[in-house]
Design a protein around this ligand. Structure first.
Ligand code: PMP
Length: 448
C-alpha cells in the first residue's frame, strides 16, 4: 500500500470515529448554519463536515458540547498563554467589572500595562487596539504617515491579519474583495532572504516608490515554524535603516510567547514598531502597538490620529495587567519553556524510534513537527513539502485521542502555563501511535 493510500485509509477511519463522537457538534452546526455564515464566527473556525463546538475550558483542558475532554494544544491560536479560566485573570476581570467596564476614557490599568510593555520591549511609546489586525493596520498607517510613502514590503505567506493591505500576497481566496489599487502597493518577498528585500527596495526606489515600511515576523508562524537564519534579522535591520524604511516586527504570535519581551528580547532586535495582540489580553480582545522613541515623538509632532472606541478597554487592560504582572512571571516562563523542551525531545525520540521521516522545530512555548527532512525556511520550502491530506489525518488522529489542535495546519502546538507533564506526555503518546500507524509494515512483510 502506498503512503498516500495509507493516509487516506487512516483518515477515513478517524473521520468516521470523530463523527460518531460529536453528534451534538453536528446538531449545533445545523442550527448555526441557519444564522451564522458557514456556521461559524470566523472563516478560521470552519471545518468539514462540521466544526467542534467548545463548551468550556479549564487550565490546559477544554470540553466540547458532546462532553469530550481534550488537552488544548491550540489555545485559541496561542492567545491563551495563561490557560483557560485562570483564577488570577478571573479575579482581575471580576474586580474591574464592578467598577465599570467601558468609558472611552483612559484608566490607570492602561498606564500600568504600557509601563510593563515599555520595560519588556524597551520601546517607550504605546497605544492599544482590540486585535492583531488592528495593530498591524495601525502600524502600517503610522509608517505611511511618517514617511509620506505608500508602498509596503512584506514576507510571502506570513499572515498579519485581515485588513486589505496585508491580505495581499496570501493567495486569490484571501484577496477577494480587495481593490487592485491596494494590491499594487504591496510587495512580498520570501522569508530568510535579506538580499531579496534589498533588491525589492532598490527596484521601488528606482521607480520613485520607496516603501514606507517592511513588516515581518521574526519567526514565521504561518508555515508551522520557520526560524530566522543566523544574521538574517540583523541584515534586515541594517538594510531598512540604510534605506529609511521603517521596520515593523509583528509580534502578535511571538510576543509574550517566545520570551517575556517577545522576539525583540529573544533576538535582540531594534524595531521601529512592534505589534501585539493574542496572548496580551489573556483571552480578551486586546492588542497594542509599540513605538521607538523617534516614531512616538514624530507621531505627536504630526498629530496622527489613531482611533477606536474600545481601545484600552478597562476589562482588557485589567486582564492584561494581571496577565503581565501576576501570571507571566519569570518562574512561569522557566517552567513553560522547560515543558516545551520535554515535548520537543519526546517527539524527537518518537521520530528516531519509528524511522518516520520528520523533524521538530521549537521556540519558547511553541513547537511543530515537520514531516520530511528538508528544513522549512520560507513559504517556498513549506509549500514543497506540505501535504494537506496528511495535515488532516494528523488533526483527526490527535482530536480522537483527546488533543485539541489547530485544524488544517501543520502538527503545531502552543503550550500554556497551565500545561503539565501529563498533558505533554499524552501528546507524545498519541504521536507515537500515529508514527507507528504511518510506518508499520503490513503483517507478513519484513521491515526495511
Ligand atoms: N499577525 C499575526 C502574526 C497573526 O498570527 C495574526 C492572527 N493569526 C494577526 C496578526 C491578526 O490577529 P487577529 O486575528 O487578532 O486580528
Amino acid at each position: 500500500m502506498g503512503q498516500s493510500q495509507r493516509i487516506r485509509r487512516l483518515s477515513e477511519r478517524e473521520s468516521a470515529a470523530l463523527d460518531q463522537r460529536t453528534p451534538a457538534s453536528s446538531a449545533m452546526f445545523r442550527r448555526a448554519a441557519r444564522v451564522l455564515a458557514g456556521g461559524v464566527a470566523s472563516s478560521f473556525q470552519a471545518r468539514e463536515p462540521w466544526p467542534i463546538y467548545i463548551a468550556r475550558g479549564q487550565g490546559a483542558r477544554v470540553w466540547d458540547v458532546d462532553g469530550n475532554e481534550y488537552f488544548d494544544f491550540h489555545n485559541g491560536f496561542s492567545a491563551m498563554l495563561q490557560g483557560h479560566a485562570n483564577p488570577l485573570i478571573g479575579t482581575a476581570v471580576a474586580s474591574r467589572y464592578k467598577l465599570g467596564t467601558h468609558f472611552a476614557a483612559p484608566t490607570e490599568d492602561a498606564v500600568a500595562v504600557a509601563e510593563e510593555l515599555a520595560r519588556r520591549w524597551k520601546l517607550p511609546g504605546w497605544r492599544f487596539t482590540n486585535s492583531g489586525t488592528e495593530s498591524t493596520m495601525a502600524a502600517v498607517r503610522v509608517a505611511r504617515a511618517l514617511t509620506g510613502r505608500h508602498d509596503v514590503v512584506r514576507i510571502q505567506g506570513t499572515y498579519h491579519g485581515h485588513h486589505d493591505t496585508l491580505l495581499v500576497g496570501l493567495g486569490a481566496l484571501h484577496e477577494r474583495g480587495i481593490p487592485p489599487g491596494t494590491a499594487d502597493l504591496v510587495h512580498p518577498v520570501e522569508f530568510n532572504d535579506g538580499d531579496a528585500i534589498e533588491r525589492r527596495i532598490v527596484e521601488l526606489e528606482r521607480a520613485s516608490r520607496a516603501p514606507a515600511c517592511l513588516i515581518l515576523e521574526a519567526v514565521m508562524t504561518h508555515v508551522g515554524l520557520a526560524l530566522p537564519r543566523p544574521g538574517y534579522l540583523e541584515q534586515v535591520r541594517e538594510i531598512t535603516r540604510r534605506h529609511g524604511v521603517l521596520l515593523i516586527v509583528d509580534e502578535v504570535k511571538t510576543g509574550l510567547a517566545i520570551a517575556a519581551g517577545g522576539a525583540v528580547e529573544r533576538f535582540g532586535l531594534e524595531p521601529d514598531l512592534v505589534t501585539l495582540a493574542k496572548a496580551l489580553g489573556a483571552g480578551l480582545p486586546t492588542g497594542a502597538i509599540g513605538m521607538a522613541a523617534e516614531v512616538a515623538r514624530s507621531i505627536e509632532q504630526i498629530g496622527l490620529v489613531h482611533l477606536g472606541t474600545f481601545n484600552g478597554n478597562p476589562l482588557g487592560m485589567a486582564a492584561s495587567r494581571a496577565n503581565l504582572l501576576e501570571v507571566l512571571t519569570p518562574g512561569a516562563y522557566e517552567r513553560l519553556f522547560d515543558l516545551n523542551n520535554r515535548l520537543l525531545s519526546g517527539c524527537d525520540e518518537v521520530i528516531a524510534g519509528s524511522g518516520l521521516e520528520a523533524h521538530t522545530v521549537g521556540i519558547g512555548s511553541k513547537g511543530c513537527v515537520f514531516y520530511g527532512s528538508e528544513p522549512v525556511v520560507d513559504q517556498r520550502s513549506f509549500k514543497r513539502r506540505h501535504d494537506p491530506e496528511l495535515a488532516e489525518l494528523i488533526w483527526l488522529w490527535l482530536t480522537n485521542r483527546g488533543l485539541f489542535v489547530t485544524p488544517g495546519r501543520e502538527q503545531e502546538w502552543n503550550l500554556t502555563v497551565a500545561h503539565d507533564e501529563r498533558a505533554v506526555d499524552r501528546y507524545v503518546e498519541a504521536f507515537a501511535e500515529l508514527a507507528d500507524a504511518l510506518t508499520r509494515q503490513p503483517s507478513g512483510s519484513a521491515r526495511a
